[in-house]
Design a protein. Sequence first.
Length: 330
Amino acid sequence: MTTQTAPEIPSAPVELSYGRTVDRSLVHRAAVSEVFVTDILPLAFKKVRAAVQLPLIHGYYSDHLQRPALYDALLLLESGRQAAIAGSHTHIGLSEGTTMIVDSFRLSLSGLKELLIGPEPGRLRIDTDYIGRPTRRGRYRKGKVAQRFYIGDAEVGEHEMDVLFINQHENEVLRHAQRGTPAPLTSDFPDQGPGADGSRQVEPARVGRGNPLNVVLSHAESSPAEVAAQVTPWFTNRGLFDHVYDHLPAMTLVEAARQLSFLAVDESLSTYAVGFEARFSRFAELDETVRASAPRPCLDGGRGEVPVRFLQGDAEIARVTVTLASGSEL
């Protein structure tokens, strides 16, 4: 990342366009259909504003059984990720080929009524601040991204993430150092992904889904105190695997945490995920089983938190706490 930054911008209103999506390379997507950012403009030094069109129908983000239907919390999370990457390339100076690795993040949604899906695609606005200092050579190694989400004049959520910036060579060195061997790719496995043969896949309705393709858990076990399952996504799910990966991406683990939290409360059809707090300590490797476990929570006043722990072997690789809210808040 260079020291090129956006100049101070006058305080005149910033007009955003929702007419077409930005180039897919700006948000690190392979498919145009997976791009949601339509415009990105500088506001001030290290601050940008993005326009996002929220789709009415999407094979992954729209596949929920809860009613009334809300825009998916993970759709807003993905929109924030795309806005942050696009802004870093167009106005902050992040060089092409740089990877943004998420170390931790926090997403909290507030205006649930504003997230109700209407007859037209949603118009989301995201304000992004980039926080960090460059090295003596002018390159950013790590930093923080802080975002606020708006629909119309209503603030509907906020998002923060701590990130590392590495180039392709550094990523290969890091992956080899952690594994000791080259990492396999999703393209090396059968289409369904490791372990996702469907024989012990969780029933979609139990995790608020209609399409089995969007279920990422199998071999579920439960007791009065906790629930556990294996993380076994289908690599043909292009909402989660838009391109080839050498690990399970963070969004897949967050989806697994959401689904496990629904199993923990056993109320998937009347409960919404409205917040996430996550920390990732290691890559989730493709060639070793990932297990997730969570205690059964008590929803106090219709709200509650479910801490989900992810293990690979004996090592903890991530923790994701899911905030749940009942539909009564609508």
